[in-house]
Write a protein that binds this ligand. Structure first.
Ligand SMILES: Nc1ncnc2c1ncn2[C@@H]1O[C@H](COP(=O)(O)OP(=O)(O)O)[C@@H](O)[C@H]1O
Ligand SMILES: [Mg+2]
Length: 237
């Protein structure tokens, strides 16, 4: 694997349409203390086959960057393209394009009342997949992360590492092209962290990419590139 290279924005591979492209993205939010400028002109392209580690101090805007990139929250200013398509103010278009992303959060965020299988099936319910097909796809996804023997377990019966594996299966089940992971190993011991990192990096393929926020230098070093963010700005390291 290629070593990490610091980036200030990125040049997409010649001829390839980036899976996601951010150009001069700003994100501000209103708070009781006034307007908070969180992202201040971020330009970044993510191409198929890439893994990018997003690093930087706490509060620098890493999670916000992931949320804007994955269309969970709109940018205040700037251009965002997904698969070459400009994301504008058309909500329906944004919802459709959001399906290209799979999200993994630090604390797994599984639904407590549902089994592992039902948790992984859940994203398929919203996109009109037949129930028997949902079950097959969810079982396959859980088997792919080594959780095929825990289909009926509920979140309270799973370890932290197992919960993360279920969360990864859930993120992958609808076959997204971009995996966005926010500190996926942050709450795991080093052995489990390595298993989860191996799984995530192993998912990157010819048509898929991974963008992961991490505080762990050893994990960041395993990505193709590192995007270091300080106070809402991408900086060279
Ligand atoms: N909805 C919000 N309202 C006000 N401030 C926010 C909001 N979301 C994030 N922030 C602030 O923006 C900054 C960046 O947040 P975040 O993206 O979560 O940082 P990181 O993930 O790098 O720790 C922080 O100072 C945070 O307090
Ligand atoms: Mg964060």
């Amino acid at each position: 694997m290629k070593g990490p290279a610091p980036i200030q924005g990125t040049a997409p591979i010649k001829g390839a349409v980036p899976l996601v492209e951010l150009v001069d993205i700003h994100k501000s939010v209103g708070s009781s203390a006034g307007v908070v400028k969180i992202l201040k002109g971020i330009s970044l392209s993510v191409c198929a086959g890439e893994s990018i580690a997003v690093t930087g101090p706490s509060g620098s805007g890493k999670s916000t960057l992931l949320h804007v990139m994955g269309l969970l929250t709109p940018a205040t200013h700037g251009n965002l393209k997904v698969g070459g398509e400009l994301v504008d103010h058309d909500r329906r278009k944004a919802i459709n394009l959001r399906r290209r992303f799979g999200f993994i959060f630090q604390d797994a965020k599984l639904i407590n009342g549902l089994s592992a299988l039902q948790n992984v099936q859940a994203p398929l319910m919203h996109i009109g997949v037949w129930p028997h097909r949902q079950k097959k796809l969810a079982t396959d996804a859980l088997e792919a992360v080594g959780m095929g023997h825990r289909l009926g377990h509920h979140p309270g019966q799973l370890s932290g590492g197992e919960s993360m594996r279920v969360a990864i299966a859930r993120a992958l089940v609808a076959k997204p092209s971009i995996l966005l992971a926010d500190e996926p190993t942050g709450s795991l011991d080093s052995a489990n962290g390595r298993i989860i990192a191996d799984l995530l990096l192993g998912m990157v393929g010819r048509t898929t990419a991974l963008v992961m926020v991490t505080h762990q230098p050893e994990l960041a070093r395993r990505a193709n590139r590192i995007a270091h963010i300080i106070d809402g700005v991408l900086v060279d390291q």
